[in-house]
Design a protein around this ligand. Structure first.
Ligand SMILES: [Zn+2]
Length: 119
């Protein structure tokens, strides 16, 4: 578990609060679950019952399923749907994640590199 990112999420609680609201969950509980995980080195056995539900629905997506915007952001496809221009799986990799949160620039390593080349 990326503790650097968990710490950042706890310090900037709007990420957790918004995600919890999307799921119809009480964000203050999700936040407590995040704190428990941080205080226990990300050890999943430190949470139980409903806390696991908060982890699965609110916290884990913010750690492992953050969508990469792609080097040129979201683009419209032939059917009028907006899709990420990422060609590298569409998920921000763990190594780029902390930087992505810090800069609020959600790109995977490949897209970050591609975007820099374009400037
Ligand atoms: Zn990408």
């Amino acid at each position: 578990m990326n503790l650097e990112v968990i710490n950042h999420l706890i310090d900037n609680e709007h990420y957790i609060m918004e995600k919890a609201a999307d799921c119809g969950l009480d964000g203050s509980i999700s936040l407590i679950v995040a704190q428990i995980l941080r205080d226990n080195n990300g050890e999943l056995s430190s949470i139980k019952g409903k806390q696991i539900y908060h982890y699965e629905n609110v916290i884990r997506p913010l750690l492992e399923e953050v969508v990469c915007e792609g080097p040129i952001g979201f683009v419209e496809d032939e059917d009028g749907n907006y899709e990420s221009s990422c060609i590298n799986g569409g998920i921000v990799d763990d190594e780029s994640l902390y930087q992505a949160y810090l800069e609020e620039d959600f790109k995977c390593q490949t897209c970050r590199y591609d975007a820099e080349k374009m400037h």
